[in-house]
Design a protein around this ligand. Sequence first.
Ligand SMILES: Cc1ncc(COP(=O)(O)O)c(C=O)c1O
Length: 395
Amino acid sequence: MNRADYLNQFNFDKSLAEEVGFNPYFQSIDSGMGAHVQLQGKSLINLGTNDYLGLSNKPEIKAAARAAMEEFGVSMCGTPIVIGQSALNRELETELARFLKQDDALVYPSCYQCNMSIFSVLATEDDVILFDKNVHSSMMNGISLTKAKWRTFPHNNWQRLEDLLKITQDRRMRFIVFEGLYSTGGDYPDLSKIIKLAKKYNAFTIIDDSHGVGILGDTGRGVVELYDAFKEIDLITFSLGKAIGTFGGALAGRGQIVDFFRYSSSMYFYSTALPPGIAGVTIKALKYIDQAQEERGRIKKYANKMYEALKEMGYTLSESEHPLFSVISKTSQETFKLTKQLFERGVYVVPFIPPSVPKNSPRIRLTFNAYLAESDVNQAISVFKEIKEECPDII
Ligand SMILES: Cc1ncc(COP(=O)(O)O)c(C=O)c1O
């Protein structure tokens, strides 16, 4: 291939956006998170954020970020193993471990990086990784970096998982990988089934509960709290950039394992550490999560109200009773057209099309947050009703 042909192949296909006359991705938002976001001079009701508890723009949280940054500066300008580990970062790790009832935790600059690192540390060619087909791209990319064998099982299909566990008994270790609250469906797995299978077939369990931490369970400890499975899951990973309201990612588990990551995970120790200001404010944010029962109740109420209203109107919805669910379309074109209508009528949402989601279910994800008032939810419901009546061709 000559150089010109080589360069020409990097031409991303945007024909879908061109056909619909609208590209929903990489929108440039002119505000922080809130009940509304400002976009090209317009204010849109925010049903797109993962800032579920409304922490990222809370005055006390911003003040804590400023104070930590004032004391430690903007960055440690170094990797954790060199001179990048602030006392606040270590304190955050201790607090996260306490929060999830684990021995220890390790903080990465992002959960993507954290998930990418797992199997390079834990698995060898003698192992097998069994993962739910709906896990996040960061897990899949991490799996692809190892020499371990891997097999995927259909979403939440325990019979298939058991079949795979049975036929992989000759492997040194079997890893079972799944999410907590699934990020575009809003459902979660039956942990009791996974734990039972892991015990029976001698497997190591890894959950990414980026979306569940902060919003599920009485005290917001996520799906693991719903099943009181703090001692049963081997490794919990989660993003700090969702309900926790800040930035970064972490893993938590047995002290010995976390310490092994600390010294063996090059994606952790050779990358500039999470800024100390972010570590400091995350310590503060965790204290709100403990007490956010009112917010958790309210966003669940909003989601239920919207879910029932859209179901009644005839929209196809993912099965969920939680503060995130999706409106499923038949084609990616329909998803883009519906998103365009919602944007034009003042509702901000996030569309997902294959390969981010299965081929047959492109979707618009709706997430609910504590900044919203009931009137915002009512307004968004009216917009969906208008679209249903005025644009029957796209639903
Ligand atoms: C389930 C899940 N895991 C991991 C990530 C990555 O998290 P971060 O943004 O902290 O890298 C995301 C982000 O969308 C996610 O939804």
